[in-house]
Design a binder for this molecule. Sequence first.
Ligand code: BGC
Length: 789
Amino acid sequence: MTLDLAAKVALLTGATMFTLAPQEQIGLHEIRLSDGPTGVRGLKFSGGRVVALFPNATLLASAWDADAAYEVGRILAEEALSQEIHVVLGPTINLHRSPLGGRLFEAYSEDPLLTGKLAAAYVRGMQDQGVAACLKHLIANESETDRNTVNSVVDEATLREVYLLPFEIAVEEADAWTMMAAYNDVNGAAATEQHHVNNEIVKGEWGYHGLIMSDWFATRTAAAAANGGLDLVMPGPGGPWGDALVEAVKNGEVDESVIDDHVNRLLLLADRVGALGEEPREFPGGLPAPDSDVRKEQLTRLAASGMTVLRNENAALPLARGTRVALIGRHAVQTIDMGGGSAQVNPPYQASVADGLTALLDDVTVTDGVEVRTRPVPARGGFLTDPVTGKPGIRVQLLDADGTELEDRFCPQSSTMVGMDDDFAGVVASAVLRGRVSAGGPVELGVLGAGRWLVEAGEESLRYRLDLTGNGFGEAVLAPPLRVDRFVAAEGDILTARVELPSDGTFANKGLFGLLGHVAPRSTVDVLDDAVRAASGADVAVVVVGLTEEQETESVDKTTLALPGAQDALVEAVAGAARRTVVVVNAATPVLMPWRDRVDAVLWAGLPGQEGGHAVAAALLGDIEPAGRLVSTFPAADGGSPAWSVTPVDGRLPYDEGPFIGYRGHYAGRAPEPVFWFGHGLGYASWDYSDARLTGSDQPEVMVTVTNTGTRASREVVQVYLRPDDAAQPIRLAGWTAVKVKPGESARVTVHTDSRMWRVWNTTSGEWERASGGQLLIARGLGDIRATL
Ligand code: BGC
């Protein structure tokens, strides 16, 4: 059976938001895709199935443990299989270039070797179960500002030695079945049209047989993208290929063999995931539910093992079991377990640190902290309830242009996606959102989403219009306009908001809509007073601070690394009053800690997933050792990184620091001494290093004896860095090995250095060369170098 040109081209655009069309004549079945990377969300963009929420990528990476990454890939595959999903859109393997990048929480690290090795393990874990992984986003997509139009300008050597390296490793070591081309341009050509990267390097030099799909709505052209190595346009239906691509083949702009190559790659993917043949794949039943004990154990262990002890004076941690703890902070009661954007999932529950610590300790007082958000979020914690069922959440009625009801839905997240995940045939012209207010007194109420609004609560009503600023998919879907106003509510009042959706533009009749609401904030002075009182009455104050999905999100970058709100003042106030102060940082990426010398301990906890609070508690008490090592360097101040600005100038974002990102640039003196180096992490032991030796000349290996001089069994990550003699070449991680050692005992550890770290790209000859000589440093992060060979 052969397909004609139009039928072939039809396969190369998605059928829906997250599916690919079947083609019965050739035995091709529907292929179903889902985000990734830290939970398999399913076919709906939001409000979909309840699925397991994993620790975020930086927290997983902080374990420096390929076996754990493999396990995560395997469990994610199970989550996919139980929803009949064939492709998971992850891992994200862009690098932490500037710490301002909003989406770094989704990506592993600032280091290409660590990122590539963990990605390869994750991909193997997933694909060994017959579920495809997707490496994203190819390439030079390290920040979000103007992501649809920015031109990342990167020299060829840096592109290959740094940004392409994780993709190369994951292709070589795990043969990832798909990749995703990014939104941005690279050196003047769209990532979806990057002949040089997609065709010459990835499919040519690396011999990649997998499929390259576009990021969602990223494809701009027919001929240029098809010729530029893009195999599949996502999502669909619609988009720039279809008839235009058929026409481009007919008029000779695109050779039909190019179309055939794209189709072959699609069919290979289908074959690999069991979607090609007489019968569609049978999916296994009986896999662990997202809230099963199996998942609880896995997710707690994976989260806690990556948590990182940044400071620990006088063995303040782990906490003894009888300790009286004052637990303080907004993040203690509303722990942030995931970042914002397409990585968000709908988890069965999210355990807060308050839940976790009160479950393990008898004497814990819990005190809410200062406000941490400037942008209100959809109502949570039962502040609004569905007037029909009484459940936490809201009721949304969707109407067509005639006012006929298309659907009446309950939205537990107090928000809903319109026009993208809908199963009905009509077009939504307006919606009515309703929630019952569960608290009386001064409250802030409002709405989320573009359109003309009529908002009514109690006796009051307001009319206004919210417009999109034209920032594309990211804005309409991930960060739509919103407004809140102060009301004095009576308990039981119903907040009703009617909206007429915009009916023109790309995101006509589409977007995220919701109701916002919370008790009006208390004054900071009152909150600090309460915190100080609580802290002075306990043995230890544990303050949980952090970022929220306002800072750690797809589609928006940060502007500062400072903690939002008056959280620094809260820590200072507590540290001044408490006998001992332990700070838990609930954020995926570096934050500034001006108080760090005045507190006893700092535990970095990442965005720990649905078991987050239990994992933090286990780490604080030492039930699971927080044996993490940082995956990014923590600068001392805003601006204190080798690459800082993420704002394009005249559309260009030059990667001027070249290969000197993160620790590489700090070490070369291109940025001030950081507060905590990449690779830093104390665990709960101390270590002696002795008898370091170098073996193997072509592919050097390092042997060293590590002795646990602490009082607890612990896991050490022995890191080896190559410092080339040529100062134009940055220092780089060349390998690592982790080992578990009992107190008082030693282990002889071998670290292989990766051959790819000994290469240098010669731009003139267009070939790899071997790096000049250099030294190997054995270090616990570059702030603590133990031997030089
Ligand atoms: C993101 C991708 C994601 C896609 C589908 C885009 O906004 O950049 O990473 O896979 O949406 O949700």
